[in-house]
Design a protein around this ligand. Structure first.
Ligand code: 7TS
Length: 413
C-alpha cells in the first residue's frame, strides 16, 4: 500500500534523485538514513553554486570573494543556531561530525574540569562516539564512569539515575535518540533531575539521531553541550556541530591548534581568539557548512514537526507489520516513544544474512552492532538488522521490507 501520511513523501522524493534508482533490478528502498541520510538537490546545488561562483578561503581575505564566502559561512552558523534555538550564533562551533564535537568537549572542557574521584555519567545505550572519549578521559584523569541502565523495554532507568547523581558528578551525557533502540529519551526530564540532584554537573546531549527528526531547543532544554552531524540531517559529510553554553565555551582552552584560532603568536607561546574561532583551527569545511545551512533551510521548509509525525506513523506501521511476522523480534519501545528506526532479529537468520537478502530485494538496511557493542551485549545479542526512515520514506517501502523479511525466513526455514 502507498497510503498517505502527514507528509507528501512521494512529491519530496523529486528532490532526491538518488532514490530513483534500481538495485539488483528492483527499485531502491533506502532504509539506512540513521547511518547517513540522503541529501536533496537543493543542498547539492547550493554547494555546487558556491564552488562555482562564491568560493574563497574565509576570515582572512580583504577581497570581495573572501568577504562573501565568510558571510555565507557565518550565515550558515546563524541558520544552525536558529534551528536549535541557540541564544547566539557564537555558541555554535562547526566540527567535522558528532564524534569530533564530543571529543572537543572531552579534551578541552574535560581535561580542565575533571579530576581523580570525579564521576562521569553516560548510559548503556550510547554510540561508541559518546562512550570512548569519556573512557579516555577517565583513564587520563582517574575519574570514574557510571552508567544509567536501560530497562527491558529500552528506556533509560531514571530512578537509577537519581541514585548516581552525587556530589562528585561533573558530567552527565546521553543520546537524545538511541541509534539502535530508536528510543526518544526524555531530555528535559533527565536534565531536570541533574539540575536538582547534582547542580554542579554539566550536561551533554548527543542528538546525532535526534535533530534530523525532532524539534530541538537548547534554550528550553537548558543543556550545556549539544553535538550532531550534518550528514544525518540532509547535509553533507564533513561538517558537524557543537553547541555550548556561551560562558562555558568562553572558559575553555582550544582543542586543535594552529592557524585561524589564535590572537597573537610568539615563538614560544600564543593567545587564543574568541569563540567560535578558537575551536575552528585551520581551514574549516567551508562549502560543507554552507551545505548544512541549505539543509536547515530545507528541513524548515518541509517542517520538522511534520517529519517527526511522518516517522512516528512509519514506525507504528513497521512495528505493527513486523511484529505480526512469526520469528521476528524487535528491540526497543513502542512507536510513541521512538523515532523512525526499527532494529530487529529473526530466528535462524543471521542479521548480516538478512541485510544481504534484503539488498537483493533492493532494500538497503544496516546490520551489525551499529557502534553500540555494550548495548548489544546488554540485550544479549551480537548484532541486529536495522531499518531507518526519513522524510522521503514511503509506506510501501516498509511493505517491501516486510516482504523481504518473509522471503528470508522462507529461505532459511
Ligand atoms: N552518536 C549517535 C547516537 C550516532 O548514531 C552516531 C552515528 C554518532 C554519534 C556518530 O556520528 P558521526 O557522524 O560522528 O559518525 N551513528 C551511526 C549509525 O547508527 N550508523 O552509522 C553511523
Amino acid at each position: 500500500m502507498s497510503g498517505t501520511t502527514v507528509l507528501d513523501s512521494l512529491s519530496l522524493r523529486a528532490d532526491f534523485p538518488i532514490l530513483a534508482q534500481e538495485m539488483h533490478g528492483k527499485p531502491l528502498a533506502y532504509l539506512d538514513s540513521a547511518a547517513s541520510s540522503q541529501r536533496p538537490r537543493q543542498v547539492v546545488e547550493a554547494m555546487d553554486q558556491f564552488y562555482q561562483a562564491r568560493y574563497a578561503n574565509i576570515h582572512r581575505g580583504v577581497y570581495v570573494l573572501s568577504e562573501e564566502a565568510t558571510a555565507a559561512y557565518e550565515q550558515a552558523r546563524s541558520k544552525v543556531a536558529a534551528f536549535i534555538n541557540a541564544p547566539s550564533p557564537r555558541s555554535v562551533i562547526f566540527t567535522r561530525n558528532t564524534t569530533e564535537a564530543i571529543n572537543l568537549v572531552a579534551y578541552s572542557w574535560g581535561r580542565d574540569n575533571i579530576g581523580a574521584g570525579d564521576r562521569i555519567i553516560a548510559t548503556e545505550m550510547e554510540h561508541h562516539s559518546n562512550l570512548v572519549p569519556w573512557q579516555m578521559l577517565a583513564q587520563a584523569t582517574g575519574a570514574e564512569l557510571a552508567f544509567i541502565p536501560i530497562t527491558d523495554e529500552g528506556y533509560l532507568d531514571l530512578d537509577a539515575l537519581d541514585g548516581l547523581l552525587q556530589e562528585n558528578v561533573k558530567l552527565v551525557t546521553f543520546a537524545h535518540v538511541s541509534n539502535v533502540l530508536g528510543t526518544v529519551n526524555p531530555v528535559e526530564e533527565v536534565i531536570a533531575r541533574v539540575r536538582k540532584l547534582a547542580p554542579q554537573a554539566k550536561v551533554l546531549v548527543d542528538t546525532a539521531q535526534g535533530v534530523p527528526h525532532l524539534p530541538v531547543d537548547v534554550t528550553a532544554w537548558d543543556c550545556d553541550f549539544l553535538a550532531f552531524s550534518g550528514h544525518k540531517m540532509c547535509g553533507p559529510t564533513g561538517v558537524g556541530v557543537l553547541y555550548g553554553r556561551q560562558e562555558l565555551l568562553d572558559s575553555m582552552p582550544p582543542f586543535l591548534t594552529g592557524g585561524g584560532m589564535i590572537r597573537r603568536v610568539e615563538l614560544t607561546h600564543s593567545t587564543w581568539d574568541e569563540v567560535p574561532a578558537r575551536f575552528e583551527a585551520g581551514t574549516p569545511a567551508i562549502v560543507e557548512a554552507v551545505g548544512l545551512g541549505a539543509a536547515v533551510d530545507y528541513l524548515n521548509a518541509v517542517g520538522i514537526e511534520a517529519i517527526a509525525a511522518h516517522e512516528r506513523e512509519l514506525a507504528a506501521y513497521a512495528l505493527e507489520r513486523m511484529s505480526a511476522v512469526p520469528g521476528v523480534h524487535i528491540v526497543g519501545p513502542p512507536a510513541e516513544h521512538r523515532c523512525g528506526l526499527v532494529s530487529f532479529t529473526v530466528d535462524r537468520v543471521h542479521p548480516h544474512d538478512m541485510a544481504q537478502i534484503l539488498d537483493w530485494e533492493g532494500v538497503a538496511v544496516r546490520a551489525g552492532h551499529h557502534c553500540a557493542q555494550p548495548l548489544h551485549r546488554k540485550l544479549g545479542l551480537t548484532a541486529t538488522t536495522r531499518a531507518s526512515f526519513y522524510l522521503y520514506t514511503l509506506k510501501e517501502e516498509v511493505d517491501r521490507l516486510v516482504a523481504g523479511i518473509e522471503k528470508a525466513i522462507r529461505q532459511f526455514s
